[in-house]
Design a protein. Structure first.
Length: 314
């Protein structure tokens, strides 16, 4: 029987971070901004069993074990992940890439570890520093809503904070999951070899200020245009690194073209992508059903989403 259960939502990175200046502390080069979804999440539970560690969909996951060990050690140096068992699953299941499940998983697992080891109600911005050790994006998923990860100079100054929720902007998203074999970690290492990387760091940092202003001002069109520009810039970096890594697929391009066609027909729709081929389409309540039907007519499975909240203990 579960001792504690938690859930955390995936997120769409509106201004993405790419590359890490400190891999142990997982410190990004610049700020990033994201919004949690309501249609996709990670559910996790801690149980008392002899066989400890992190199990995803019933299978022990060495990568999650290693990452969570850093989180647990930061809370209590005497504890090991194998001292307890965590079962985790993504809802809905699938092999899509660029959806944000590593973020929701990191947020849910961090929250469970804190509940087990501290037993207190967490200060989420402070706890986001711990979640960052699992994945930098997990810190944003943890605090929920529209959140910003501040890229500081050290562990203490690098944390996430929610600055708005659905009351500020009732954003709607159509999420189109697409599969890929590219590992996010490989992409993070690749982008720093691009000759345009430093320019990306500077423009992304400026874009975070512009994006936060758009969200606080309830300006969907500004948000959409900024997210599209950030997407193209992000993927151009991976393509101009040493390996010439191309993450977009034919399906990604097909969906992007459809989004542009819809916008030409007067539908408020803007595409956004993370480190993967999956596509988020940012829209509003008036147009969300039209966007969903258009994507489904292309033959893709898509999910409607609103603005999701913070990670929580159930």
């Amino acid at each position: 029987m579960a001792k504690f259960r938690a859930e955390a939502y995936t997120m769409q990175a509106l201004v993405k971070y790419h590359g890490l200046k400190d891999w142990q502390l997982r410190l990004p080069y610049h700020d990033s901004i994201s919004v949690n979804t309501t249609c996709m999440k990670t559910e996790a539970s801690i149980t008392d069993t002899e066989r400890g560690g992190v199990f995803i969909e019933g299978r022990q996951n060495d990568s999650a074990n290693a990452r969570l060990q850093g989180v647990v050690s930061s809370m209590d140096h005497s504890k090991r992940v194998v001292d307890f068992r965590i079962d985790s699953r993504n809802v809905p299941t699938g092999k899509a890439k660029g959806i944000g499940y590593s973020s929701s998983a990191g947020a849910a697992l961090t929250l469970l570890a804190h509940k087990l080891l501290a037993g207190t109600t967490p200060d989420l911005p402070r706890l986001s520093r711990k979640a960052r050790l699992f994945a930098a994006s997990a810190s944003r998923s943890l605090v929920g809503g529209f959140s910003r990860l501040y890229a500081g100079k050290d562990d203490e100054s690098t944390y996430a904070e929610r600055f708005a929720d659905a009351k500020a902007m009732d954003l709607r998203m159509v999420v189109v999951p697409l599969p890929s074999r590219v590992r996010t970690e490989d992409a993070h290492r690749e982008v720093v070899t691009s000759p345009f990387f430093q320019a990306r760091v500077e423009s992304a940092q400026r874009r975070c200020d512009e994006m936060e202003k758009a969200i606080r001002g309830n300006d969907l069109d500004a948000l959409g245009k900024l997210a599209e520009r950030d997407t193209l810039e992000l993927h151009s970096l991976t393509m101009t690194g040493d390996s010439g890594l191309v993450i977009m697929t034919e399906d990604s391009i097909r969906i992007i073209r459809k989004v542009r066609d819809m916008r030409g027909d007067g539908i408020r729709a803007y595409y956004s992508m993370q480190t993967g081929p999956s596509v988020f389409i940012n829209t509003d309540e008036k147009h969300q059903d039209k966007v969903l039907r258009a994507i489904e007519k292309l033959g893709y499975r898509a999910y409607l989403s609103g603005v999701g909240g913070e990670a929580r203990i159930l």
